[in-house]
Write a protein that binds this ligand. Structure first.
Ligand code: SF4
Ligand code: MG
Length: 314
């Protein structure tokens, strides 16, 4: 709720703080148990910062992060630790995020040991079982990460996140680095595991077609803010925000003649995240901007049942 994350800019000989990068401004979102919220937007729009802030890997500047009503944004480490098990993350690059010196079985079992959830024998049994569920063989527990293919490494990362039975997994561009053919199998695995384990995903991606495939609800971010959020079919079939329309229109289709909507090319400058302009953050690129868009900031409003957008004209 009202999550804001700013990074201090330091400059001058004394390295005094001279300004802030406004990475995330006043973002409010909710994720229901067992659902996937897709978070889309261009690179640099603040999606990853939202994901990292939710897990407190990045400290939010303001706002609340509620897990079952508990605000974890300001919990001291001692009280945060037991809650960490419930929130896990899968990164984009499965290679750099897996310890190269540990065997695959130890990588996946580590969190069970850290959280004191199982003794050694029990740990091995649970890791072996999960290996099979994610499409790896239990004998591969003895291998090192470099002995796996990219797709298999991402299966390992998924197993590592799910072994502690979390309630929310942040998947940050988790399939973006994989070949398209392998993407599909990893996405289907995530969907199946969600059904089996009723885990919720915050699924961060710049790829609209992937997000359309996995999400129950979709939030669109632009320049650190959520500009549209709603049920996936509503957002994809009837986008409200001009930025969402532009994103949708850029999705490649096999036969351009059957394109659902005309390609909208965005021109104009991206505003500076150090000195955000007044008014609507999208006004410098919006094809339908009016005078008041340059001075009045539109707030997120429920324009249709369950479908919110921040735009004066929609
Ligand atoms: Fe465009 Fe104005 Fe709507 Fe912003 S508020 S998206 S500038 S029409
Ligand atoms: Mg990112």
């Amino acid at each position: 709720r009202n999550l804001t994350t700013r990074f201090p800019l330091r400059g001058g000989v004394l390295q005094r703080v001279t300004g802030h990068v406004h990475a995330v401004e006043d973002v409010s979102l909710h994720i229901r148990r067992g659902e996937t919220l897709g978070l889309v937007g261009e690179s640099g729009c603040g999606k990853s910062t939202v994901g990292r802030s939710v897990l407190r890997l990045t400290e939010p500047t303001a706002g609340e992060i509620r897990l079952d009503g508990i605000d974890i944004a300001r919990l001291p480490p001692r009280r945060l630790r037991p809650l960490r098990r419930r929130l896990q993350i899968i990164f984009q690059d499965p290679f750099s995020s897996l310890n190269p010196r540990l065997k695959a079985g130890a990588i996946v079992g580590e969190a069970l040991a850290i959280h004191g959830l199982a003794g050694r024998r029990e740990r091995e049994r649970r890791v072996a079982e999960l290996f099979e569920r994610v499409g790896l063989r239990p004998d591969q527990m003895q291998r090192f990460p470099h002995e796996f293919s990219g797709g298999q490494r991402q299966r390992l990362a998924i197993a590592r996140a799910l072994i502690v039975e979390p309630e929310l997994v942040v998947a940050d561009e988790s399939v973006s680095a994989l070949d398209v053919s392998i993407q599909a199998s990893v996405i289907n695995l995530l969907v199946r595991l969600q059904q089996e384990m009723s885990v919720a995903y915050l699924f961060i991606s710049h790829d609209m077609s992937v997000v359309e495939h996995v999400s129950h609800r979709v939030a669109v971010m632009y320049f650190g803010r959520v500009v549209e959020v709603g049920e996936r079919p509503d957002v994809f079939a009837e986008p409200l925000h001009p930025y969402t329309e532009a994103l949708m229109s850029a999705v490649p289709v096999p036969d351009p003649a059957t394109r659902r909507r005309k390609r909208i090319l965005l021109t104009g400058e991206l505003p500076s995240p150090i000195d955000p302009p007044p008014g609507c953050p999208f006004h410098t690129r919006c094809p339908i901007a009016e005078a008041r868009c340059r001075s009045e900031r539109p707030v997120l409003e429920e324009k249709r049942p369950g479908h919110w957008a921040a735009c004066h004209l929609r």
